[in-house]
Design a protein around this ligand. Sequence first.
Ligand code: 7PM
Length: 273
Amino acid sequence: MTPATRVMGILNTTPDSFSDGGLWADRDSALRHAVEMVEVGADIIDIGGASTRPGSGSVSVHEELDRVIPVIESVVAETGAQVSVDTSKPEVMAAAVESGAGMINDVFALQQRGALTMAAKLSVPVCLMHMQGKPRDMQLDPTYGDVVVEVEDFLLQRAEACKSAGIPAERIIIDPGFGFGKTLEHNIRLFRSIPRLCRHGYPVLVGVSRKAMLGALTGKAVGERKAASLAAAILAAQSGAAIVRVHDVAETVDALKVFDSLSTDETRSSMKR
Ligand code: 7PM
């Protein structure tokens, strides 16, 4: 039996957070949002304090700690859910794990100074994401020879770097980074290659919820991409994704329950691998 796909609920603490318009910027509402996501079945709550939106600049360590640590502390205390910290900074990783976070989600794949060593020391699972360029400029002119080969090679190289630094393979999760330095065509090719990415044995995380690629496919504005996001989450699960990172947790959990009950291992392995 293929293990069920787990749901990671997105909790953003940045005032300018994508699509929630700073709704959860305030700590109480962030906590309420996290509790709600856990109640409807989120397995992991992803908490970030530095916006990675295209075109965004950087946030200081102090500011990121300030935004993220109190929220992690209260979410851990109130929900007992697994908390993932969305950060690239070693200082934030350390403080977050100290506050109860049990996973590191790094869109820079532990390439920032000190991040790899720190993640190894903290002994928690790490999600390595692919990004071409930096958030500020990544969507200007993304270019690849073969996007699938390049993303796969990058992720495998980073996984090797992790293992050399002492992170066991069992703690490594890989993520092609939809929308991070990719055109619509790149995103489509990568999405279709999820089964191939799964072959390496690392759990694959897929984050497409409400993203521009779904807007391009449906013509819908960001607030109207729920159905598109659900369709993509189910297809990701069918393709072998271990974790889907989503905004709409309740709906995704229902859709995955139906998928898990009605699909067979044959349905799943009929996907070309
Ligand atoms: C603006 C555009 C703001 C996009 C935020 C985003 C991923 C992630 C994000 C992902 C992993 C969003 C993204 N996306 N971490 N963080 N994988 N591992 O839609 O795809 O939340 S930020």
